[in-house]
Design a protein around this ligand. Sequence first.
Ligand code: 1OR
Length: 287
Amino acid sequence: SVSAESMAPSQDKDYVKIFIPKTPEQRKRIEASIANNFLFKNLDEEQYKDVIDAMVEKKVEQNEEVITQGGIGDFFYVVETGTFDVYVSKNGAAPELVHHYGAGGSFGELALMYNAPRAATVVATSDAVLWALDRVTFRRILMENTSRKRRMYESFLEEVPILVSLEPYERHKIADALESIYYEDNQLVIKQGDIGNNFYLIESGEARVTKVDDDGIEHELPGLNKGEYFGELALLNNKPRAVNIRAKGRLKVATLGKKAFVRLLGPVVDILKRNSDNYETITRSVQ
Ligand code: 1OR
């Protein structure tokens, strides 16, 4: 009998695992290539092994077109070495350069996730080494977590004012990298003077902001609400945390680590910097 459960990709017992033999050296190279890739986070030991077993090495020459917009999705790719440009042509117009990838990057997931034609063309801009993962293994192991996270954060990220100027695909990549954390009333999220490692977006609840002046007196600053962000200053300027931030009631934040912040929020750094000039006016009033 065919139960609904056996139809779910990860429960499919008839699935034959793909095993492409590899040297220990090749396995090490794959592990290094996926180490900082969020799509490979949260895999259990068996899933992790199955993914590596199924990957196949693909050597690419400069100028080779790895993916062609409009084509059929067969593989998902992780970049071990080399660089790639991404072009999108809208309504038959000339292709426009929209993105770059280097070592540790990955692409080609969209067509596999949504059973859609390739959304972009990806061209090697140097000789390169890719690890390719077939469609079935991608869907069976990597897709569930990825599409759940993208769905979960999609509507929230669309409403975050600082991110409205981004392409939907750029917000997808941010969703892949986000982790949600809860804080209880009055719990400290950021301590003035600490080194900064994270950027925060408020998913729900409110945050209190205070600043301790040179005489040790703590001043209340305007609070923060849903859709607002904090924690960017220390990351932008490599300076200690400028204020204390505490939960006011129960607070839910989505956080990005420093590396992801730099990589994914590059397009809005100028806006972040410009906005941070406003803080000077606010904080000067309490000094
Ligand atoms: P794919 O399977 O559609 C092409 O094959 C891949 O290029 C795609 O998956 C993504 O992994 C990657 N829009 C769509 N796909 C993109 C984009 C992109 N950038 C990289 N890919 N845009 C660029 C956003 C910075 C939007 C352009 C309008």
